[in-house]
Structures are given as structure tokens and as C-alpha cells.
Design a protein around this ligand. Structure first.
Ligand code: SF4
Length: 248
């Protein structure tokens, strides 16, 4: 009953007036290796994280390692709390993000913000980035060679942040991170353990804008993330989000 009440609050939070039908999704407990999640996920304690992220953002802003560097307006490195336990990864910047240089700021981004708020967090509590840092023309999926060229930036972001959970948004990001061709409907709904990090694939907010019925499974995925973090992270207790306060 408590979950149902929470779900109704979640729907209200993300702007849904009608209750979508639940999706029945059966998932297997298979784990997949992935070169996109670095191993071992050790952190260099001496590193000045803020300076390292600033340096990488400057590298990305000038990057021309793949063809997307030629067509972008602004590179979109990532945004949020670099000391977080929760990281969101989408596939790539869209039109609004390319204009502003900030991830998830369009309509889908606004919905993502509401989803984050629904699990009692703010955008400033989490880190948000994409598989590729430059907009694929026409919002197409990034090509494998583009994702491969951009991989070192993402791998370094993950290595430095060391999130307890990565939430992959949509089919493409989920398949890249989990190194699989399984459909998002089969991948979502459970944690996949990759090099010690829990990966929760879920539907992309842009998909939810077109398919409101996907909001219930997303809410189920978000509850699993929230519940795990409440048990295993001090994110919900922290105010200052200082690394010194983070339990590991
Ligand atoms: S998508 Fe990544 S690899 Fe390609 S140009 Fe942009 S930053 Fe460089």
C-alpha cells in the first residue's frame, strides 16, 4: 500500500494525470561484463577531483577524436555532484543540450529532474552524463566507433566518481554499458553488477514523453535505486555531500 501511495506521488511529481497499466516484465538474473565500466574501480585519493573534472571538460570541449566533434555546437561533458553515489548515463546530447552545453535540459531533461525529485533527491545530488559528449546529428544513436572514441572520458568519469549505482537511460546507453544487445524491456527492473557497481537500466525520459505507460516500470526501477541507497549510502542523510562523509 505504501508503494502504491508513493507511486501516486511519483506520477503527480512527473506530471501524469492518469494511471498507466503496469507492465509485467520477467527478467533473468544474468550478469554481463562490460569494458565501459572500468575495473578495478579504485580512486586515487590524492587526486583533486574538481580540478581533474575541469581539465577533462576542457579536453572534451576541444575534442575532435570522432566525427561528432565537427558537427556539435557545444560539447556536453556532464553535470552534477562528482562525489555522488548515483550516476545517470544517457546516450548523447540532443538539440537543447548541444545549445547549452548541459546534459538533460530539454523536455526529457525536465522529466528526468522530476524523476530524481520523486526519489527525494535533487539534480545537485547526482551526476548526469552521456555515452558520447557531442550531439549525433538528427539525434541518431551514436555509432559504435563514436562511442568507442568517447569511452575514455566516460570511463574516467566513472573511475573518479565511483558511484554505487549507475542508472542507464534508454536502450542505447544500457546496451553499451552492459555490453549486450538485449532489449531495454528485458534489461530493466534489476541491478546488473559490473565491476562492483550496480547498474540499473531503465527507460529514457524521452521515451516516457511518448509512452506514458513506461512511467510505472521506471518508478519501480527508481524505488529499487532509492531503497538500495537508503540502505547503503549516506546520500539521504548528507546535507553537504562532502566526500569525507561518504560511507563506502
Ligand atoms: S563525441 Fe566524444 S570522442 Fe567524439 S568528438 Fe565529442 S568528445 Fe570527442
Amino acid at each position: 500500500m505504501k508503494d502504491e501511495v508513493n507511486y501516486l506521488h511519483f506520477l503527480k511529481e512527473i506530471g501524469v494525470d492518469t494511471i498507466p497499466r503496469p507492465l509485467a516484465v520477467q527478467l533473468k538474473d544474468a550478469l554481463a561484463p562490460s569494458s565501459f565500466v572500468p575495473s578495478p574501480p579504485t580512486r586515487e585519493t590524492a587526486v583533486d577531483l574538481a580540478a581533474r573534472f575541469k581539465e577533462m571538460a576542457a579536453q572534451v570541449a576541444a575534442c575532435a577524436k570522432c566525427g561528432l566533434g565537427k558537427t556539435r555546437n557545444k560539447a556536453v561533458f556532464g553535470a552534477g555532484n562528482i562525489e555522488t553515489d548515483l550516476m545517470f548515463i544517457g546516450e548523447g546530447p540532443g538539440f537543447d543540450e548541444d545549445q547549452q552545453g548541459i546534459p538533460f535540459v530539454g523536455r526529457a531533461g525536465q522529466l528526468l529532474t522530476k524523476i530524481i525529485n520523486a526519489i527525494e533527491l535533487d539534480r545537485k545530488d547526482v551526476y548526469i552524463t552521456n555515452i558520447v559528449k557531442c550531439r549525433p546529428p538528427g539525434n541518431r544513436d551514436p555509432l559504435p566507433e563514436e562511442a568507442a572514441a568517447c569511452h575514455p572520458y566516460l570511463a574516467e568519469q566513472i573511475r573518479l566518481i565511483q558511484p554505487k549505482i549507475i542508472c542507464t537511460l534508454g536502450r542505447h546507453a544500457s546496451q553499451v554499458i552492459l555490453n549486450t544487445t538485449e532489449s531495454i524491456s528485458r534489461l530493466r527492473g534489476r541491478f546488473h553488477i559490473i565491476n562492483g557497481i550496480r547498474v540499473m537500466p531503465t527507460y529514457h525520459p524521452a521515451y516516457l514523453l511518448r509512452n506514458p505507460g513506461g512511467k510505472r516500470p521506471v518508478w519501480e526501477d527508481m524505488q529499487k535505486i532509492r531503497d538500495y541507497l537508503k540502505e547503503n549510502s549516506d546520500m539521504y542523510q548528507r546535507n553537504g555531500h562532502g566526500r569525507d562523509n561518504r560511507s563506502r
